[in-house]
Design a protein around this ligand. Structure first.
Ligand SMILES: C[S@@+](CC[C@H](N)C(=O)[O-])C[C@H]1O[C@@H](n2cnc3c(N)ncnc32)[C@H](O)[C@@H]1O
Length: 149
């Protein structure tokens, strides 16, 4: 299986590429593009088995919430690109963003929340500095999983 991480911030792209080289991986294609645009352009309907969105930028100020990746239009796009039975995993340490994700994704007609609430931490989700920073600041981590019907 091939992984396609999306990243817009060039230093993060450089760091990802160097980690891929060190680990001698040959099945990762880093896409330097906005995740929503890349998803729409590079993949056809039903082409994705799993989508991971861990610790997306929270955009704290209310006037910036429109920049958050998760929203109704993005949920429709993801639901279209996931294969039936495909999985969308999300995690965030920001309670208001987590609740917003639930508000948008729980009622989506093509997505099912198998946990019927917060998901257990996916054991394969690698702990990153964003998770550690949240925990250190006393913020709980919210995991979410949705299955494409
Ligand atoms: C808070 S970090 C989390 C990174 C990683 N998922 C983790 O858990 O450590 C968010 C990352 O998403 C990137 N990013 C933000 N908006 C993006 C977008 N629309 N498309 C692709 N990458 C984006 C940022 O540059 C940043 O590197």
């Amino acid at each position: 299986m091939t992984s396609w991480p999306f990243e817009v911030f060039e230093p993060a792209v450089a760091s990802t590429l160097s980690r891929i080289a060190r680990a001698e991986l040959s099945n990762v294609r880093v896409v330097v593009a906005n995740g929503a645009e890349g998803l729409a352009v590079l993949f056809g309907p039903g082409a994705i088995d799993e989508l991971w969105m861990f610790f997306p930028d929270p955009w704290h100020k209310a006037r910036h919430h429109k920049r958050r990746l998760v929203g109704p239009a993005f949920a429709d796009l993801v639901a279209d690109r996931l294969a039936p039975g495909g999985v969308w995993r999300l995690a965030t340490d920001w309670a208001d963003y987590a609740l917003w994700m639930r508000q948008v994704l729980d009622p989506h007609p093509l997505l099912q929340n198998p946990a019927a609430g917060w998901a257990p931490r996916w054991p394969e989700r690698v702990a990153t500095k964003y998770e550690r920073r949240g925990l250190h600041a006393g913020r709980p981590i919210y995991d979410l999983t949705y299955r494409r019907l």
